[in-house]
Design a protein around this ligand. Sequence first.
Ligand SMILES: *Cc1c(COP(=O)(O)O)cnc(C)c1O
Ligand code: SF4
Length: 444
Amino acid sequence: MHHLDYLPNYLYNIPPRKYQAFTLYNFKTIPQIHKLTQEQIFAIQVVGSVLPFKTNNYVVEHLIDWENIPEDPIFTLNFPQKGMLKQNHFNRMADLIRSQADAAQIRKTAHEIRMELNPNPDGQLERNRPILNGKQLKGMQHKYRETVLFFPSQGQTCHAYCTFCFRWSQFLGIDELRFAMREADVLQQYLSKHTEVTDILFTGGDPLIMKTNIMATYLNAIINGDLPHIQNIRIGTKALSYWPYRFLSDPDADTLMAAFRNIIRSDRHLAIMAHFNHPREMQNNIVQRAIHRLRQIGVEIRCQSPLLAHINDRPEIWAQLWKDEVRLGCIPYYMFVARDTGAQHYFGVPLYQAWQIFRKAYQKVSGLARTVRGPVMSSDPGKIQILGVGQVRNQNILTLRFLQARNPDWVDRPFFAKVTKNALWLNDLKPAFGKKEFFFQSSP
Ligand SMILES: *Cc1c(COP(=O)(O)O)cnc(C)c1O
Ligand code: SF4
């Protein structure tokens, strides 16, 4: 691990780097492509026709270990793998591509397969849309009393796509400042009517894909909007991991830092909710400089990731991740359970095992890293933490609790489920002690 002591400002001025994306259409131009077999390249074409695929020159040069293919966790994080499609889906698409079917046929089949992959788990967005002046607001979600999620329309793509993510349906991207101003206005109006809200969380995609002038339109709407109850501004982003130049050498990196400083000067807490899935993502001096620069101006960095088979499903990896985070001044926040969508059959880890991995990792770190909470299912009723298995009268019982809930009264009440070793998600669990339903299923 590179260690950074004090970094004077000029050291943030690393040479600018031009962003280059690699997708299904040009990934064969990656210089390291010869490290892959023909079979692996074909699998990328097949799976990449169904699931989103995008990586970039930073990931290829600084994160992936090309001597470690195909097991490399970051390779798996960005490059489609054969196992991500079920056998029958894979074969269907493979046959089409082998027979050189036309693009329309491939698109149609890809769509049919996607529809079988539960593309919109829980109908999350639709269900928690806020209402302003009698109209449902798009691009916002208000599920937990204190926190409004905001999806700026220009932030619905990412610097690279994680293979486990299935937000492809929202990866559309529209680049228009006028649109941002209208949205910022609606956001400001909504927040001014909801004084119970303390936190606004910018999310996506990745909001930091946006240029600073657009991002600043939103941030200024909050700073200048007479909204003293909005105390915390969070930005959910994977830019530290996929494009740390965003904070260092991009043409508008310095103005982004200035916009962040303005938030902090308005006496607000600014948190980057960073997504680090594997310690590798923190182990080079570009990302470390970016973290250092954010920390120096007073930005808090909190880190979260799902637990993923083939990427980070060992306790040693999580312990290392949390230790590295703490050493770099970041705060471990959530370990999530992989959602019931997309390639869950490939990435999913059963809840029981997830708890074991969490527990073993948690035991290896000091209290400073035990700010992390997990494993957590972000499900329709709320964020549910698996507390673990204990024995009650010779019976094994799984204990859970809400960290966040649609109904605030549910939070922090332990509840109990039968131990089902292969359960992957909440809907695989049954209440313990012969109960018909969990307590929250009968309350409003
Ligand atoms: C996770 C989440 C939040 C933020 O919850 P915190 O526990 O405050 O981090 C807000 N809204 C939704 C819908 C979420 O899933
Ligand atoms: S950065 Fe986040 S939103 Fe983007 S692909 Fe990865 S998990 Fe999905």
